[in-house]
Write a protein that binds this ligand. Structure first.
Ligand SMILES: Cc1ncc(COP(=O)(O)O)c(C=O)c1O
Length: 365
C-alpha cells in the first residue's frame, strides 16, 4: 500500500526540469541574481499581484530580512502562540522580544480581539500568520496597526494560492513572505520569497540579501547572504506554473473530506470563510479528545497514512521563551494538542482519499 504523507509539493516534470537545469549549468551563471532568479521574481510578482517580489534562501531568512529591513528600534513583536517555530525564532534572532497572543478557534490565526491587550509602549510590530492558508484577520489587524502606529507584517508561509476578496493573500499589507520549502504547495526545494509594493523597502531587502551591497556593488548597508541560487529558481518557476491546477485539485479533495467528516461526532473541520478562496495548503481537523487523536495516528501508521499533529507543542512551550512560560494561551494549547493535518495533494486519487476517510471513520468508532 503506497504511503500517503501529509503534503506533497508540486514536483516539476523530470524531463523539463533537467532541461532547465542543463541550461543553467551550461550558462555557467549559477547564482548571484541571474536570469532564473529574475524570471522567478517576475512570475511571483504576477502571481501574487505585488509590485516587488524577492526570492531568498528560505522562509526563515525572509522573515529575518523583513524584520531587519523595517529598521525598527529594539522592542517587542507580537506573534500568534500557534505557529511554526520560525515565526517566533526569526524575531528573536533579530534581537526582539516575542510577545505571544492567543488565536481564534475558528481560523487558528491570531485573535485580533486579544492583540490590543498585548500592545505596550515597547511594541514595534505585529506579525500575523495565515495558518494553513486561512487568512488571519487582516482588516482588524490593519486597523490596530494604524491606531497604534505599529507596522503589521504577514507570515504567509502557507498562503501561496489563497485569495481574499479576489486578491492573493500575499498581496495584502505592507509586506508579506512565503516559504518555498518542499513541504509547501509551490517550492524551490529550499527557499522563500518576500512581497511588498513599497519600492524603498524592496530596495533595502534587495541589498540586505546580497551582503548589503547596492546596485553599483558598493557596500552600503549591513547585510547577509540570503540569495536563492539559479537551480532553485528554475525549479520554483516550474512548480509555480502549476499552482492553479494544484489548488483546484486540492479543493476537490477537501470537498470530499468535508462531506465525509461533517457528521462525525468528536471531530471538527474548518470551513472556508466568506470571500476566501482557500488554497488547501493543509487540511486540518480538530479532534475533541486526545485519545481519539492518538487512535487516528495509530490507525494511520498501520495503514501507511502519515497524519501529522500541527504544531505540537505550541510556541508558549518553547524552552527559550522563558518569560512567556508562565502565561497560558488556552486556544493555542488546545489547537496544538488536538489538530491533525490530513494528506492532501493533487496526485492523490479517489481511492487514496477514500483510504484516509475510512481510516478516520474507523479510528473514531
Ligand atoms: C508558518 C511558517 N513560517 C515560517 C516558516 C519557515 O519557512 P522555511 O522552512 O522555508 O524556512 C514555516 C516553514 O514551515 C512555516 O510553516
Amino acid at each position: 500500500m503506497k504511503r500517503l504523507e501529509v503534503n506533497q509539493t508540486i514536483i516539476p516534470e523530470k524531463k523539463t526540469l533537467l532541461h532547465h537545469w542543463e541550461r543553467v549549468l551550461e550558462s555557467g551563471k549559477l547564482t548571484n541574481n541571474q536570469v532564473e532568479v529574475q524570471s522567478f521574481e517576475k512570475e511571483l510578482e504576477v502571481s501574487c499581484q505585488r509590485a516587488h517580489a524577492l526570492a531568498v534562501s528560505s522562509g526563515t531568512m525572509a522573515l529575518q530580512l523583513l524584520i531587519r529591513a523595517l529598521d525598527l528600534p529594539k522592542g517587542e513583536i507580537i506573534v500568534p502562540a500557534f505557529s511554526f517555530v520560525a515565526t517566533a525564532s526569526a524575531p528573536m534572532w533579530e534581537g526582539y522580544k516575542v510577545i505571544l497572543c492567543d488565536i481564534d478557534p475558528k481560523t487558528l490565526c491570531i485573535d485580533p480581539g486579544k492583540v490590543e491587550a498585548r500592545i505596550s509602549s515597547d511594541t514595534r510590530a505585529i506579525l500575523g500568520v495565515h495558518v494553513f492558508g486561512q487568512p488571519c484577520a487582516v482588516d482588524k489587524l490593519e486597523v490596530l496597526g494604524n491606531q497604534y502606529g505599529i507596522p503589521v507584517i504577514y507570515d504567509g508561509a502557507h498562503a501561496m494560492g489563497s485569495m481574499l476578496h479576489n486578491k492573493p493573500l500575499l498581496a495584502i499589507g505592507l509586506a508579506s513572505m512565503t516559504s518555498l520549502h518542499t513541504s509547501k504547495i509551490v517550492s524551490s526545494i529550499e527557499g522563500g520569497a518576500l512581497f511588498t509594493d513599497d519600492a524603498s523597502l524592496h530596495n533595502r531587502l534587495f541589498q540586505m540579501r546580497y551582503f548589503g551591497r547596492n546596485a553599483s556593488n558598493q557596500d552600503e548597508l549591513l547585510g547577509t547572504n540570503a540569495k536563492m541560487h539559479e537551480f532553485s529558481a528554475a525549479y520554483g518557476q516550474l512548480s509555480l506554473a502549476r499552482l492553479k491546477e494544484e489548488v483546484e485539485a486540492r479543493r476537490q479533495i477537501a470537498a470530499q473530506y468535508d462531506e465525509a467528516f461533517l457528521t462525525i461526532d468528536g471531530l471538527d473541520i474548518f470551513k472556508e470563510s466568506s470571500n476566501h478562496y482557500w488554497n488547501r495548503a493543509y487540511y486540518p481537523i480538530q479532534v475533541h479528545h486526545s485519545v481519539a487523536m492518538e487512535q487516528i495516528m495509530e490507525q494511520g501508521e498501520k495503514q501507511n497514512i502519515g497524519f501529522r499533529p500541527y504544531w505540537r507543542p505550541a510556541l508558549q512551550d518553547l524552552p527559550y521563551l522563558n518569560e512567556e512560560s508562565s502565561r497560558r494561551y488556552p486556544v493555542a494549547s488546545f489547537a496544538a494538542n488536538h489538530t491533525l493535518c490530513l494528506p492532501i495533494y493533487s496526485s492523490m486519487n479517489r481511492n487514496d482519499v477514500g483510504r484516509v476517510i475510512q481510516c478516520i471513520i474507523k479510528a473514531m468508532e
